[in-house]
Design a protein around this ligand. Sequence first.
Ligand code: M5T
Ligand code: MG
Length: 578
Amino acid sequence: MALISLTLKHAKKYWTFIVAVLVLQLLSTIATLWLPSLNAQIIDKGIAVGDTDFIWRTGGIMLLAAFGQLIVAVGAVYFGARTAMGVGRDLRREVYRKVDSLSTLEATKFGAGTLITRGTNDVQQVQMLVLMTLNFMVSAPIMMIGGIVMALREDAGLSWLVWVSVAVLAVIVSLLVWRLLPLFRVMQDKVDAINGVLREQIMGIRVVRAFVREPFETKRYDVANREITDVSLKVGNIFVMMFPIIMMVLHLATAAVLWFGGYRVEAGDIQVGSLTAFLQYLMQILMAVMMGVFMTMMIPRAVVCAERIRELLDTESSQSFPDSETVASPAAGQIKFENVTFGFPGAEKPVIADASFVAEPGKTTAIIGSTGAGKTVLLNLMLRLYDPQEGSITIDGAPVDALTRAQLARTVSLVPQRPYLFGGTIASNLRFGRTDANDAELWEALRVAQGEDFVREKELGLEEPVSQGGTNVSGGQRQRLSIARALVAKPLVYLFDDSFSALDVATDARLRAALPDATEGATTIIVAQRVSTITEADQILVMEGGEIVGRGTHDELLATNEVYQEIVRSQLEEAEAA
Ligand code: M5T
Ligand code: MG
């Protein structure tokens, strides 16, 4: 079972704490069980016969026992909490590492929402169960059995009362729990649902506003919200009944003990003190039963969560990176594709079909082609965001999958088509690829990326805060920052995925003029929309439907390649029309 294997695996490390919890709880329970019998003695041997000395002495012992119980109970909770939180932390870390190791394909298949829930909420449920187990699962049975033994020692004649009240309470609470469980399961689903709706709306808030979809989205949210409210109300109703019913059972049991016990005291079968102790033991037993039942109520929920975590942890990443460097780090940065074919799992047509080309260091390779031609996927293959089904991709002769993550990251920098910035500052984002870059290097990169002016205008300059995803800067600014980020890293290979299209023609030209100096000696691969961006390139690859249908310089392609001619013609027409 996932729950047991997961928790055991992580709890092992804390065995000393767990032993401490067990010992402390045992002590605490023994003390708790001892107190009523001391109390009984005070009544029967002290008060009843007027032995003040005995009262003082036993009272003192009681005080000590109570104080000792307090201390060990605190200790037990402390170590229990340390263990549970530790297990939670380790589990969260394992989930995080797993998510980190998943390839892009598996991560997208799970989806960000459920990955986040599994790493936070689900782990928390498991952690909660560990905490509860350590706190109650040990003490509840001891308390119950010990309580029964002690109660019978005080008065065996009333034992039937113990059995009856335990049975009644157990049946009632179990019935309620049995009604609660399915509701809890539904509730988890509804929480997932409302999270999903909320998440999508926040992510898409600009689109929602632009298309005035608020009424529709609000309705969608209201539905999810009402569903969760309905379930919560049902749960609440059961809880509302639960406590009065439990209290009623406890009070009835008390009344019964006093009623039947009274007769026995009258008949001289037991003493008053024993009866008091019996009553206290009965309460302890019933409490233990209740705790036990509540505990079992938590288990199914934690089981579901543990299974969800297990499913994630058992997912083998379809990609693996070598842990240590087995081949020398590339020194030049020559990229070579040989008959590379890649398709998304389940799709019938490959997205990249039999692609072969070489991008030389110090040269610029441009890729042009209509939308959906496979340009982005081609770049992503170099970074191993996907692995091809056939063919080989090498850097300086070394297969990309022989390089460690760090080697690959040091060698290749990507300016993604949809740039993403991280929460922090402009400087922290620019240093993403090389943490030790100094401010002068950052400014230099910004100058090349044509981002210098707008950063200078910021009040805090390089220290200007950037929000998660980079949503507080404009699209064009985000693109320039992401170009600068790649430049700061100083890799051997630069991949620009359509990075210049958001720039106006003049800025585009300035950037292209500054770029060769900054990227000198490096392999530069540029995906472009505008022919004007790439006329100077040493080599242009024309892509269509996942295939490379033409290669050569601008002039060569203009003379021979029909697809290229078509692209040039359509862009000329646009320019003329404008
Ligand atoms: C090439 C398909 C897409 C297109 C083809 C990222 C992604 C792409 N595709 C999928 O099926 N699943 C995916 O997760 O692959 O896509 P591309 O390489 O992104 O195209 P592009 O960069 O040449 O286009 P553009 O618009 O950026 O110029 O058929 O459906
Ligand atoms: Mg693209």
